[in-house]
Design a protein around this ligand. Structure first.
Ligand SMILES: Nc1ncnc2c1ncn2[C@@H]1O[C@H](COP(=O)(O)OP(=O)(O)OP(=O)(O)O)[C@@H](O)[C@H]1O
Ligand SMILES: [Mg+2]
Length: 431
């Protein structure tokens, strides 16, 4: 931080802010800035709440309707957000959760992991959801009854031969009621989830509210569990119980779900989260800046849109550096020229590099071959040709990359990067 600050030219003071805890030297530097780095509003980061949630009004309205209808016991499909890395799925999912909380719903969230059963995480999430409702519930025995079932559900995974036995994820439910018997404890996740959901929904019904279970990285749920989850949602949608599962995941999530249950298309409304259009990208930059009495010239906004291409993560990343290098308001196209290489190198390390590192050498070769073929989804056969290999010999690399969430199968026989601009990044790397 100091290094960056010291590289800056001192300016005439226009606005000052008093920071009592800063060292005098630093304080002087900050004071001399008119675009104050301490007040930099932009927030590049995984799941980081943006200073302005731009361009998502339609999804927010749709979810309002979902909440209202579910609470009234109307038949309603839940929502699943899909999109590339860094488009703002987690942020939107968290916003949906806040909307549910505002309506006094009970909520819980899980982040799915490959090869990890969802039994324990779902138990923990519903525990949290019902704990939010408990203080308002008039009949403590109803809550206790549910917690007994929840405990039984969580423990059923531990029975000898049960699916959760070998999993490392340990959840010690801090539930001091005895585990119930004969409900949600069969060890068959589909049956148990269905019973658990029905009971949780019924506790919420007592209060005239609902329960929202939010699932991030949903494409990572193991196949058996995803099918159990869909079946439980299906059952619940028939009984009209006010519990919904709201998901977020990579673009192939709908394909994962329909491969598991053909009726999943009727269970969920898919909302594809994409790049921000020009107006929304400008708003994402301008609204937070203007709250700090800073603005951008039109040329600067043009340059930023060109660089960030409307991808929310990039909008935040470029916005952040542009703010830090700009000597004053308005932030100009010249500032963006200075900022762009710095933002790019930060992205190369943090956004692209950290993901590239996760791949094995064979997987890296695979991705480089994909990148060489362009930015559109590419046929796996073309990747094989590019590498001079038989397609079948490349399946392990391809499957590994899919599992790591670096590529996805856009359509049968086609693969694409989950990370926007990843091809461009790879092409710029020395081989
Ligand atoms: N609507 C938006 N307007 C402005 N900035 C946004 C918006 N949505 C997300 N962002 C910003 O984009 C970045 C990425 O958001 P988020 O982590 O939610 O993406 P994601 O789709 O979940 O990515 P991943 O697939 O890697 O988990 C964050 O820095 C966030 O602040
Ligand atoms: Mg996310």
């Amino acid at each position: 931080m100091t290094l960056v600050l010291e590289a800056r030219r001192p300016r005439a003071t226009r606005r000052t802010t008093f920071y009592p805890n800063l060292r005098p030297q630093l304080y002087q530097l900050i004071q001399s800035e008119s675009v104050d780095p301490v007040r930099n509003p932009y927030a590049p980061g995984a799941g980081q709440r943006p200073p302005e949630l731009a361009g998502r009004d339609r999804e927010l309205q749709q979810f309002e309707v979902v909440l209202e209808r579910v609470a009234r016991g109307r038949p309603e499909r839940s929502m699943i957000l899909t999109g590339l890395r860094g488009v703002g799925k987690t942020v939107l999912l968290n916003t949906f959760r806040s909307m549910a909380i505002q309506r006094l719903w009970g909520t819980g969230k899980i982040e799915a992991r490959p090869e990890q059963s969802i039994r324990r995480p779902v138990a923990a999430a519903l525990h949290m959801a019902v704990r939010e409702l408990a203080p308002r519930h008039r009949a403590p025995d109803r809550i206790e009854g549910f917690l007994g079932v929840l405990k039984a559900f969580a423990q059923a995974g531990e029975e000898p031969g049960g699916k959760g036995r070998s999993r490392v994820h340990r959840w010690q439910p801090g539930i001091d009621v005895p585990a119930a018997r004969g409900r949600a404890d069969s060890g068959d996740l589909e049956i148990d989830l269905t019973e658990l959901f029905v009971d949780a929904a019924s506790v919420a019904t007592d209060l005239g509210v609902g329960i929202g279970l939010f699932v991030d990285e949903m494409q990572d749920i193991p196949a058996d569990d995803v099918s159990a989850l869909c079946a439980a949602c299906h059952e619940l949608s028939q009984s009209g119980g006010p519990l919904i599962v709201v998901g977020a995941g990579l673009p192939h999530l709908p394909a994962v779900l329909s491969a598991s249950k053909s009726y999943s298309e009727r269970l969920f409304r898919y909302a594809r989260i994409d790049r921000l259009d020009r107006g929304s990208a400008d708003q994402a930059l301008l609204a937070p800046a203007e709250r700090e009495e800073v603005t951008f010239t039109q040329d600067a906004l043009d340059a930023l849109y060109e660089a960030a291409d409307g991808y929310p993560y990039f909008v935040q990343a470029y916005g952040k550096v542009a703010w830090d290098v700009a000597p004053g308001s308005p932030i100009t196209a010249d500032d963006i020229k200075v900022a762009a290489p710095e933002a790019e190198s930060e992205l190369a390390v943090g956004f692209f590099g950290s993901r590239y590192e996760r791949a094995t050498p064979a997987e890296r070769d695979y991705m480089r071959a994909m990148a060489a073929l362009g930015d559109e989804p590419v046929p796996t056969s073309a990747v094989a040709d590019e590498l001079g290999r038989k397609p079948s010999s490349l399946s392990p690399a391809r499957d590994g990359l899919i599992k790591k969430g670096l590529i996805y199968s856009a359509e049968r026989g086609l693969v694409a990067f989950t990370v926007p601009h990843f091809g461009k990044f790879l092409r710029a790397q020395p081989t």
